[in-house]
Design a protein around this ligand. Structure first.
Ligand SMILES: [Zn+2]
Ligand SMILES: [Zn+2]
Length: 306
C-alpha cells in the first residue's frame, strides 16, 4: 500500500488555508519527500511523520516555496542525532545551492548528506524506481515519477491442478528460485501464477507551463499531481505556470486515472477554486487540502489526517 500525504498544497507563498509544496510518499516503511517548502517540518509533525524516516528528498526546482524548509528539517535531524545518511536530489545547480545553503548558521549536520544533481534519469531502488524529467518553468526544473515494480500474479490453483500438482511447500521454493524441478519436470513460476500486476505510477510535475514531457511521462499513470496554479490565463499572465484547464487537458490526453490539482495560488479560497475547477475540468480530479492522504491500492481512497 502506498500513501501520498499532501503536506503543503498551495503555491508561491503560504496563506492561512494552506502551506507551500511538500508531498510525502510513504512506501514500505520509508518516507520520500517531493519538495520541501518552508514549514514542512511543522507539517510533518502535524501529520505525525518523523523526519528521521525521511531517506530521500527530491526537489523540483530552486524557487523558495519548494526548498526553504530543508534547513529546519536537517537541523532537527541533527538535534535528534540522526546517523542515517540523507539523499537530496534536484536539477542543475543542486550541488552549488545546497552547499551554499548548508554553509550558513552555527551548525553542522550529524549525518552524511549525499547530493545528486539530475538531468533526465531513471533511479532504481529495491521495489520502485524514480524517474526525473525536464519541465518548463523558466529555471532548471524537474518533474518526478514514482514507479512501483510490477508484481507477479498470485498462485493459480487451476494451473497447479492442471500440472498434476497439489499446493505445498514447493510453492515457497519456486517463489524464491523462479523455477524448480518436481518429479523430473521443470516448473517455472509463470506456469502456475496469474497475470503480473502493474506497479503503481504517480507523477509530480512541480511548477511548469503545460508541456509535452509531462504528457509523455504521465502516460497511463494512476495519479498525476499537476500544478494548476491559476484558474484562467488572465490570472496566469506571463508566469511559467499552468491553469486548471491545461492540467485537465494533459490528464485527459495522457489517460491518467486521477488528476490532482496542486500548487493553488494564494489568492483563491478552496471553495472558489473548487467551484471553478468543477465547471472547467471534465477529467476525474481531486483538490487536496493540507494533510489529506491518498491511499493507493487496487482502488484509491482520500481521507484527512486532521
Ligand atoms: Zn512554486
Ligand atoms: Zn517555481
Amino acid at each position: 500500500m502506498l500513501e501520498v500525504i499532501f503536506l503543503g498544497t498551495g503555491g508561491i507563498m503560504p496563506n492561512k488555508e494552506r502551506n507551500v509544496p511538500a508531498v510525502a510518499l510513504k512506501y514500505e516503511g520509508e518516507v520520500i519527500l517531493w519538495d520541501v517548502g518552508e514549514g514542512t517540518l511543522r507539517q510533518l509533525s502535524i501529520a505525525k511523520i518523523s523526519p528521521m524516516k525521511v531517506e530521500k528528498i527530491f526537489i523540483t526546482h530552486f524557487h523558495g516555496d519548494h526548498y526553504l524548509g530543508l534547513m529546519s528539517l536537517i537541523q532537527t535531524m541533527t538535534l535528534w542525532n540522526r546517523e542515517k545518511p540523507l539523499h537530496i536530489y534536484g536539477p542543475k545547480y543542486t550541488f552549488e545551492f545546497i552547499q551554499n545553503y548548508l554553509k550558513s548558521g552555527f551548525f553542522r549536520p550529524s549525518f552524511e548528506i549525499h547530493v545528486h544533481e539530475l538531468g533526465e534519469a531513471r533511479l532504481k531502488f529495491k521495489n520502485y524506481e524514480i524517474w526525473s524529467f525536464k519541465v518548463e518553468h523558466g529555471v532548471p526544473a524537474l518533474g518526478y515519477v514514482f514507479k512501483e515494480k510490477d508484481k507477479r500474479g498470485s498462485f493459480d490453483l487451476n494451473k497447479i491442478r492442471e500440472l498434476g500438482l497439489k499446493p505445498g511447500p514447493w510453492m515457497k521454493e519456486l517463489e524464491t528460485k523462479g523455477k524448480i524441478e518436481i518429479n523430473g519436470k521443470v516448473i517455472h513460476l509463470e506456469d502456475v501464477t496469474g497475470k503480473p500486476k502493474k506497479g503503481v505510477k504517480i507523477v509530480y510535475t512541480g511548477d511548469t507551463e503545460p508541456c509535452e514531457r509531462v504528457k509523455l511521462f504521465s502516460e497511463r499513470a494512476d495519479v498525476l499531481i499537476h500544478e494548476a496554479t491559476y484558474l484562467n490565463e488572465e490570472d496566469r499572465g506571463e508566469s511559467y505556470h499552468s491553469t486548471v484547464m491545461e492540467a485537465c487537458d494533459i490528464a485527459e490526453k495522457a489517460k491518467v486515472k486521477l488528476l490532482v490539482l496542486f500548487h493553488r495560488a494564494p489568492r483563491y479560497t478552496y471553495e472558489e477554486y473548487k467551484r471553478e475547477a468543477e465547471r472547467l475540468c471534465g477529467h476525474k480530479f481531486i483538490i487536496p487540502r493540507d494533510f489529506d492522504v491518498l491511499r493507493i491500492g487496487e482502488e484509491y481512497e482520500l481521507s484527512s489526517l486532521r
